[in-house]
Write a protein that binds this ligand. Structure first.
Ligand SMILES: [Fe+2]
Length: 168
């Protein structure tokens, strides 16, 4: 029986400096991961400007997961800038230590490329879930749920933060 794809949507309004911060980092990854866009370092949660935000994400994650997993925390976090034509190939975050992953839209509109979770057993059917971008939307999902981002078609950039959660 496949596990149901059931992203949990929250809202966290991003402060104005965050988009510029991610832009300023630029690409540290040279398209070497599943994300074919500009990607920061993977430890952005350890950058001092993000300490307070990481704590807020930890609080949300614990509200969602503490009954199932006990205490959890952000263990990886990165920023990404999708320019027109950028995309993410289908992938998951399979480290056995991850209990959940997340995406947070820092600057995005509903016409930006969505995050799509296909039904891996019946990919011809409509996706099991789709997360429509909008600035402030914050979605938790199972790290082992396959997902991808089709090419960004908006003229403006789609800026996100994403990360993984582990048991403390
Ligand atoms: Fe991902």
């Amino acid at each position: 029986m496949p596990r149901r794809v059931n992203p949990q949507i929250r809202h966290l309004e991003p402060e104005n400096w965050i988009a510029d911060y991610i832009r300023d980092i630029g690409d540290k990854n040279n398209k070497g991961s599943s994300l074919k866009c500009d990607v920061s370092h993977w430890t952005m949660h350890q950058d001092e400007p993000f300490w307070e935000i990481t704590e807020q994400i930890n609080v949300m994650a614990n509200e969602l997961l503490i009954d199932r997993h006990g205490c959890v925390q952000v263990c990886e976090m990165w920023g990404a800038v999708y320019k027109r034509g950028d995309y993410a190939v289908i992938h998951m975050h399979p480290d056995p230590g991850y209990v959940q992953s997340f995406v947070w839209y820092i600057d995005a509109c509903p016409d930006c490329a969505p995050l799509i979770f296909p039904d891996p057993e019946r990919p011809w059917l409509p996706p099991a879930a789709t997360i429509t971008p909008s600035t402030g939307v914050f979605a938790f999902f199972n790290s082992t749920d396959l997902h991808y981002v089709p090419p960004q078609e908006c003229e403006h950039d789609r800026i996100i933060i994403s990360g993984n959660i582990q048991i403390t």
